[in-house]
Write a protein that binds this ligand. Structure first.
Ligand code: SAM
Length: 321
């Protein structure tokens, strides 16, 4: 079991397989970064897998593949298969913008993937285009449908932004309820890479939903989930991820590995340690020691919370969100 210095059990590893993305979302990567990390600096799937094995052996039981856009990296199904075969019962999930799901969902399912979180910020083609700076909506919707039809469990992630998609919160909620996809509204996390925009806080999101629906707060299925769950009178459950709330970090159970091999203890801060040399040298003892050191240095909380309201310099496309 992995315990950090604040007594939190860490059992969840998010692995970014690329920082590259085919969207330029306003809140994440509105401009292509000055330069991409050269491909030769990335760890191969085999190398990433070596570290995942170390983590699983130490107590990680949930792995999420993310990015950038993870479906841009070829052979992702082989990577999924490596992890699924190593620990068949593992909770193995993917976060994607959905654009390439049409081409990949079946292969990923057959490789052992169980769950997919898909970013969907608008149901209006022109608004989706404005957010992603690309005409994406139709293809994303086809990808979501196909992924559901092959048996992948779907969750939708939406970042509500003032004067951009805040008029669609109820439409998105209803679309997800009709299709039986849980939706989670994620409060925009201020970061220096994003465009100048204002995200909606959870109270504002709830106010909008309460204009049409009664709902009550319910306990989340997973107590370490960052999602606060609510249930409509008709039984549908939606969630809000509230990084600006003080208790957001209290149950944080996650660490993040970048495609270059940096192990990151907290989404907000720049701190990281590289496991690259240890993995390239096949030095499992060293990789394990780095994992434990990162846990020993995991910050107690981020600085987005009320009263602090700071802006992170961390790029979400590097850390995988
Ligand atoms: N490309 C994939 C996608 O679009 O889901 C995976 C990577 S993306 C960085 C992972 C998640 O981070 C997405 O759900 C996205 O909405 C969220 N995200 C990115 N930047 C964010 C920000 N500034 N505030 C809140 N959520 C953000």
């Amino acid at each position: 079991m992995l315990i950090d210095k604040h007594g939190r059990e860490v059992n969840y590893l998010r692995v970014s397989v690329t920082e590259r993305c085919n969207f330029r979302c306003q809140y994440c990567m509105p401009e292509k970064p000055f330069s991409w990390v050269p491909q030769e600096n990335l760890l191969s799937y085999e190398e990433l897998f070596e570290f995942i094995k170390v983590s699983i052996d130490q107590g990680i039981n949930k792995v999420r593949i993310t990015g950038g856009e993870p479906l841009l990296r070829t052979g992702l199904d082989d990577f999924v298969r490596m992890i699924a075969d190593y620990k068949p019962g593992i909770d193995l999930a993917l976060t994607t913008n959905g654009y390439l799901l049409e081409e990949t969902a079946l292969k990923l399912k057959n490789a052992g993937l169980k769950r997919i979180n898909i970013s969907l910020d608008s149901l209006k083609p022109e608004v989706a285009h404005h957010i992603a700076q690309k005409d994406v909506l139709e293809k994303v919707i086809r990808g979501i449908k196909l992924a559901a039809s092959v048996g992948l469990k779907i969750k939708i992630n939406t970042v509500p932004m003032k004067d951009i998609n805040d008029g669609e919160i109820i439409d998105l909620l209803e679309y997800c309820r009709e299709n039986n996809y849980p939706i989670r509204f994620i409060e925009y996390m201020e970061n220096t890479h994003a465009n100048d925009l204002k995200g909606l806080k959870s109270d504002e999101i709830k106010n909008i939903i309460s204009s049409k629906y009664n709902f009550k707060h319910i306990q989340s299925d997973d107590p370490s989930s960052p999602t606060t769950s609510y249930q409509l009178d008709n039984g549908y459950v939606f969630g809000i991820i509230e990084p600006h709330k003080d208790d957001f970090c209290k149950t944080c159970n996650r660490i993040r590995l970048t495609a270059e091999g940096f192990l990151i203890p907290c989404l907000y801060f720049e701190d990281a340690m590289s496991i690259k040399d240890a993995i390239k040298d096949k030095d499992i003892a060293k990789a394990t020691a780095i994992l434990k050191e990162v846990l020993a240095n995991k910050p107690e909380k981020n600085k987005w919370s009320e009263g602090e309201e700071e802006t992170s310099t961390r790029a979400f496309y590097e850390t995988g969100g």
